[in-house]
Design a binder for this molecule. Structure first.
Ligand SMILES: CC(=O)SCCNC(=O)CCNC(=O)[C@H](O)C(C)(C)COP(=O)(O)OP(=O)(O)OC[C@H]1O[C@@H](n2cnc3c(N)ncnc32)[C@H](O)[C@@H]1OP(=O)(O)O
Ligand SMILES: O=C([O-])CC(=O)C(=O)O
Length: 373
């Protein structure tokens, strides 16, 4: 096979159709089922957007009432999975904990192997309801605290704060978090979603596909970047050190976390909305220094390289100001992306073809196994 026919990293390759979301590089836009994501973030809740992603239409009032009632009633997790989390090494990364816990939920679900849209929709809704509980249990365990039971009186985002910190913060904080959930919910054939589709294409089950997707999201070139952004900003420390830090990082060919994207080359469609949410957090928390560092670092890097921030750049420091541990940022991403992943799993199942690309061999020519005597 000629070198020019090899698409390393599948860059530029269109592998299938999807009706879930559209990422348009040229116009720097993202739509979920046809609706611009920034319009959804401005006026809708994450629950409404989850419903839209799965069902193709926004819910009526009654559909939303039924949907949120189902979500609220399923937040409690099997006590055995809490035992499992409490027994894991204390320094296990929260993404490892979550990957293990979701895999366990699959092993414990007697209907794990049932497929078809109805069965998978029920599993997807349960994961949407239960993943926040798992993330909150792990947060509290790392802090030596007892789990807090979910509160069915609270919405998705407020309940997550309650289970994590034992209190619900100001409305602006809950709303900024909800907006981040909307922006993180879905993004076409990104690496973790594609992983889920590959696993589904072998006719494996939904839990296996989600477990694999969590593994793919964990890497710093994908979802793990929101954690890496915060670690980087903490290393740079102050706005006046940004230039010097970048000189050093770029001369040693470091990738700058939270910048660049495989599809968007002129900026990520979600960044203006998330940046506004981060600015709001900085105002609520009085974090002018972090905002100054954020702005100085971005300006300097964009001026030098013409590479723009992706969603992980504003979401990392926003989650930090909301009080979350850095290592919990990517599990929080999972809480949102479970909607997109499972929508893609169902779409793949409905029109399946085994995903199995070719490779060009560049190893030894065929040769004879030497005789032993
Ligand atoms: C939610 C998400 O998953 S968004 C992505 C989150 N990931 C990150 O923020 C990690 C940092 N970013 C990156 O590593 C990359 O931009 C990726 C992996 C996201 C996209 O990479 P690709 O589409 O493969 O772009 P590619 O690596 O070809 O980049 C083109 C050029 O820009 C450079 N570049 C791209 N991103 C960066 C970056 N963040 N820092 C420094 N240089 C960069 C590359 O080194 C390359 O330079 P070269 O042509 O001199 O070799
Ligand atoms: O689309 C991608 O490659 C990565 C991304 O931004 C996402 O998954 O949200």
């Amino acid at each position: 096979m000629a070198e020019e026919n090899i698409h390393k990293g599948l860059a530029g390759v269109v592998v299938d159709t999807t009706s879930i979301s559209k990422v348009v590089q040229e116009t720097n836009s993202l739509t979920y089922r046809g609706y611009p994501v920034q319009e959804l973030a401005a006026s809708r809740s994450f629950e409404e957007v989850a419903y839209l992603i799965w069902n193709g239409e926004l819910p009526s009032e009654e559909q939303l009432r039924e949907f949120t009632a189902r979500e609220r009633s399923q937040r409690q997790v099997d006590p055995r999975v809490i035992e499992l989390i409490l027994g894991l090494p204390k320094d296990a990364h929260p993404m490892q904990v979550l990957r293990t816990a979701v895999s366990y939920l699959g092993a414990a679900d007697p209907k794990a192997e049932e497929d078809g849209t109805e069965a998978n929709q029920a599993k997807a809704e349960r994961l949407l309801a239960q993943i926040p509980t798992l993330v909150a249990v792990d947060h509290r365990r790392r802090h030596g605290l007892e789990p807090i039971a979910p509160d069915s009186e609270l919405g998705f985002s407020a309940n997550f704060f309650q289970m994590t910190f034992g209190e619900v913060p100001e409305d602006e904080v809950v709303r900024a978090f909800d907006i981040s959930m909307i922006l993180y919910a879905e993004h076409s054939f990104n690496a973790s979603t594609f992983t889920a589709r590959v696993i589904t294409s072998t006719l494996s089950d939904l839990y296996s596909a989600v477990t694999g997707a969590i593994g793919a999201l964990k890497g710093p070139l994908h979802g793990g970047a929101n954690e890496a952004v915060m670690a980087m900003l903490e290393e740079v420390k102050t706005a006046d050190r940004a230039a010097e830090w970048l000189d050093e990082a770029l001369s040693s060919k470091k990738k700058i976390m939270g910048f660049g994207h495989r599809v968007y080359k002129n900026g990520d469609s979600r960044v203006p909305t998330m940046r506004a949410a981060f600015e709001k957090m900085a105002a609520v928390k009085g974090a002018d220094d972090l905002l100054a560092l954020y702005n100085a670092f971005e300006k300097d890097f964009v001026d030098r390289k013409g590479i723009y921030p992706n969603l992980d750049y504003p979401s990392g420091p926003a989650y930090h100001l909301m009080g979350f541990d850095t290592e919990a940022f990517t599990p929080i991403f999972v809480m949102a992306r479970i909607t997109g992943w499972t929508a893609h799993i169902m779409e793949q199942q409905a029109s399946n073809a085994l995903i199995r690309p070719l490779s060009a061999y560049n190893g030894e020519d065929q040769r004879q196994v030497p005789s032993k005597d």
